[in-house]
Design a protein around this ligand. Structure first.
Ligand code: NAP
Length: 299
């Protein structure tokens, strides 16, 4: 039995959130640590975002996660932004402290943790190739550059959208190589191939491969894959995507999106409670839970 007034409230706002695994992960972590707290997912209509945030503040909630489609929209509601959230231009974790809204991005350190600890790959001096240039791609780029990656190449169908933040990243990470190639553009095929083949890590930060998104092959030529490379797919439903299957069948190392989901949740949990949970144990718990409830998949 908990005392309703002392139970800390945490939440997730997004749309949709009904399949989210975050309530399972966070409530499991609170239970394991004996923390008197509860985490709930709230589906919020875009026009109700400001009210939803005010509501969290008004009821004295302790914090919340932010998922699609609000990671950028939340920026303007924050009183204080972490340097990472400001650079990435996206917030996925909010800490509420004495009515003040502190915005963070835990996808960046989460991705670095997944690669360095879970996949045992030191990022120092490495070349990274990222499909996509949206919020997740920017966060992952920030995470790997902070860990010393030498170069990041974004492969995107909309290079014009990437121009502004690529310049920002070049200024922040001076001395590193940060550039852009165009997805599936025949005139850009050589540049794409060179960047892909020299990459130590190849990451899918687009929704391509998700069961709800029509698929085309991100890896345009399987001969470009080498067993020395590590492939990381942010999509985790299905857990084994065509991207990871292609890489695995050529002997490359693979890392799935569930590992990022749990790794970034561990960083949020630490921001909120000052405590750590074991990512490996939590992944095992999520795996059993999703086997029991195969329909769950959200962020
Ligand atoms: P976002 O900001 O909407 O960016 C999506 C990126 O993918 C953009 O560069 C977009 O290009 C590109 N894209 C979308 N559909 C495409 C298509 N059909 N063909 C080519 N490019 C396409 O989304 P996000 O927040 O970065 O998330 C990206 C993916 O990562 C999502 O699947 C999300 O669920 C996943 N994710 C997973 C985790 C995790 O914990 N595992 C965490 C964060 C994100 P345009 O700009 O041209 O549209």
């Amino acid at each position: 039995m908990t005392d309703a007034e002392s139970t800390a409230l945490y939440g997730l706002i997004g749309n949709p959130v009904s399949h989210s695994l975050s309530p399972f992960i966070m409530n499991q972590a609170f239970r394991r640590h004996g923390t008197d707290a509860i985490y709930m997912a709230f589906s919020v209509k875009p026009e109700a975002l400001a009210n939803a945030i005010d509501g969290f503040v008004a009821v004295g909630a302790a914090g919340f996660n932010v998922t699609y489609p609000f990671k950028e929209a939340v920026l303007k509601h924050a009183d204080i932004l972490s340097p990472d959230a400001e650079l990435i231009h996206a917030v996925n974790t909010v800490v509420l402290n004495e009515g003040k809204i502190h915005g963070y991005n835990t996808d960046a350190p989460g991705a670095a943790y997944a690669l360095e600890v879970c996949a045992r790959l030191s990022l120092d001096g490495k070349h990274v190739f990222i499909f996509g240039a949206g919020g997740a791609a920017r966060a992952i780029a920030c995470g790997v550059l902070q860990k010393g990656a030498h170069s990041v190449t974004f492969c995107t169908r909309s290079p014009e959208k990437a121009g502004e933040f690529v310049e920002r990243y070049r200024t922040t990470f001076s001395g590193r190589v940060i550039d852009c190639v165009i997805l599936q553009d025949p005139d850009n095929a050589d540049g794409r191939r060179r960047a892909f083949e020299r990459a130590d890590v190849v990451i899918n930060a687009t929704p391509i491969g998700m069961d709800v998104v029509e698929e085309f092959a991100l890896i345009e030529n399987a001969d470009w894959i080498s067993p020395q490379q590590c492939f990381f797919d942010l999509v985790y439903h299905p857990r084994k995507t065509a991207f990871l299957e292609a890489a695995g069948s050529r002997g490359a190392r693979t890392l799935d999106g569930l590992t990022l989901l749990v790794s970034q949740a561990a960083v949020s949990f630490r921001l909120w409670t000052g405590q750590s949970f074991d990512v490996k144990h939590m992944l095992e718990a999520v795996e059993s839970f999703t086997q029991e409830e195969p329909k769950r998949r959200g962020g």
